[in-house]
Design a protein around this ligand. Structure first.
Ligand code: ADE
Length: 247
């Protein structure tokens, strides 16, 4: 997976992605990350990237030309026209299934805006996807792009150490993860659920699955509608967990 980020703050993206699991994946060559400074593609002597909006109004608008030329500097090197993701609160909301869809791409270009937005004409010309990371407004697209890079990268084979860990967690089958416990067995008078000490693998798995159902029903009942449940699990949810009923 090769990420290309069009930004006015390349250091922010580079530094945000050079540590921990993502940094290691870059070092191992499993992913690559290139931050392209849009300012390097200006054609005026002050390297200005923004201007007043036509029609008036507050704020400044990023101009089309430097964004387009920065994009071309990447796209002209690639064999296939890549997906170009514009980070904006107006886009479709990012989710695990969007991450899974994008993890199959060879190259992804992220376009990070600032100020009051980007000239619509260059968006029409180059953008294939508009994505929001949630219903709140940030000062720029860099953090959202890094959020997406993190979520997509952990789905790239080899990025996570434990092959299982990408599967068995929140949003696997559209359910939230079961609670986890580690040593000691008793902490502040709280004991670890005894079944986890039983050594009975099948019972542990059944308990964990039930805990996932309970958690999801309590915290994110909306997820249950599309969760991958067996007939028996559906009945369990309907009987015990439906509509705020406590177990
Ligand atoms: N830019 C500013 N706010 C954003 C958001 N919530 N998601 C994506 N890009 C953004």
């Amino acid at each position: 997976m090769n990420y290309h980020v069009l930004t006015l703050f390349p250091e922010m993206v580079e530094q945000g992605c050079n540590t921990s699991i993502i940094g290691r994946a870059v070092e191992k060559g499993l992913i690559s990350l290139e931050a392209v400074n849009i300012r390097d593609y200006t054609e005026n002597k002050h390297n200005k990237v923004d201007d007043y909006p036509y029609g008036g109004g507050a704020g400044m608008v990023m101009q089309a030309q430097p964004v387009y030329d920065a994009y071309q500097s990447i796209a002209s090197r690639l064999e296939k026209k890549p997906r170009v993701i514009y980070m904006t609160p107006q886009g479709r909301v990012f989710s695990q299934s969007v991450a899974e869809e994008l993890a199959g791409e060879e190259d992804l270009i992220f376009l990070c805006g600032h100020y009051e937005g980007i000239d619509e004409r260059v968006l029409e010309e180059i953008v294939t996807d508009e994505v929001s990371i949630g219903d709140y407004v940030l000062t720029g697209g860099e953090l959202p792009a890094m959020v997406m890079i993190d979520a997509i990268s952990r789905l790239v084979p080899g990025v996570l150490n434990n092959a299982d860990s990408a599967e068995y967690e929140s949003f696997h089958d559209n359910l939230l993860e079961h609670p986890q416990y580690s040593r000691p067995e008793v902490w502040r008078d709280k004991a670890v659920p005894p079944i986890l000490l039983s050594g009975h693998h099948a019972n542990v798995e059944a308990w964990r699955r039930e805990q996932s159902l309970i958690r999801t029903a309590k915290r994110r009942p909306d997820l249950l509608e599309t969760a991958d449940l067996s007939e028996k699990e559906r009945l369990f949810v309907e009987k015990n967990l439906a509509k705020g009923r406590e177990i």
